[in-house]
Design a protein around this ligand. Structure first.
Ligand SMILES: CN1CCN(Cc2ccc(Cn3ccc4ccc(-c5n[nH]c(N)c5C#N)cc43)cc2)CC1
Length: 238
């Protein structure tokens, strides 16, 4: 997969693209992520990317021209990207969307800043996406959240953990089961016996039950959603 990111703050992505699972996936060539500074697509001496909003109002708006120039330049060759725009009021990002986006050969993520982008930029956009009902200062952190959730789903990115982790639970958006590691008792708190039993079938069913129980308690709408889509097995429903 290739992802092109358009932003006025490219430096925000430096650590994200160098460290951890994502950093390894890029350095090993499993995925390609290119961050482009919208300012590099301006044509004036002062490299202006924003302007005051027509009709008045607070703040500045990202101009359409530099973004369109970047889009035109980056789509001259190769497959047309599926274009996302991060927005406070976009469609809520979730695991289902992450799975869908992970199947696209090429993505472009336009990161707004200031008061957002000129409305005409949305003629380039396939999906306006929000990562949650809270207000951030710009679209770069949402872009990193989306890339992290999508790229971890690309075959080979999670490496040898993939087979272990490729569990339909988290990919159905169910909450995870409790994790424990040594010591078996810490300040009077013991690890559940079943996890020390070495009985893999019992451990697996305990973990499934824990995950369903936690999801039902904290996010019942996820269970309802999976039920409606027939994505819960008979025993999971019991
Ligand atoms: C007078 N009022 C008129 C309405 N504005 C609304 C407003 C306009 C811009 C911004 C800042 N911003 C700029 C680009 C951009 C992209 C994504 C996000 C974002 N926030 N939260 C998410 N889940 C996000 C995502 N994804 C925020 C962004 C914040 C709030 C306020 C002032």
């Amino acid at each position: 997969m290739r992802i092109d990111v358009l932003t006025v703050l490219p430096g925000l992505f430096d650590c994200f693209l160098k460290e951890g699972v994502i950093g390894k996936a890029i350095s090993s060539g499993k995925v390609e992520v290119k961050v482009h500074n919208i300012r590099d697509f301006t044509t004036d001496k002062h490299r202006v990317v924003d302007d005051v909003p027509y009709g008045g109002g607070p703040g500045m708006v990202l101009k359409p021209e530099p973004i369109f120039r970047a889009y035109d330049e980056l789509t001259k060759e190769g497959e047309k990207p599926y274009v996302l725009l991060t927005e406070p009021w976009g469609e809520k990002f979730n695991q289902e969307m992450a799975v869908e986006l992970s199947k696209k050969p090429r993505l472009m993520i336009i990161c707004g800043r200031y008061e957002g982008v000129d409305e005409r930029v949305k003629s380039l956009v396939d999906r306006e996406v929000s990562i949650g009902d809270y207000v951030l200062t710009g679209g770069e952190l949402p872009a990193m959240v989306i890339m992290d959730a999508v790229l971890r789903l690309i075959p080979g990115v999670l490496g040898n953990l993939e087979s272990l982790r490729a569990d339909s639970f988290s990919d159905r958006g169910l909450l995870g089961y409790p994790n424990y590691t040594r010591p078996a008792e810490f300040r009077g708190m013991k690890v559940p016996e079943v996890l020390l039993s070495g009985h893999h079938k019992k451990i697996e069913s305990w973990r499934k039950e824990q995950s369903l129980r936690k999801t039902l308690e904290r996010r019942p709408e996820i269970i309802e959603n999976l039920k409606r889509k027939g994505l819960l097995t008979k025993e999971e429903l019991e």
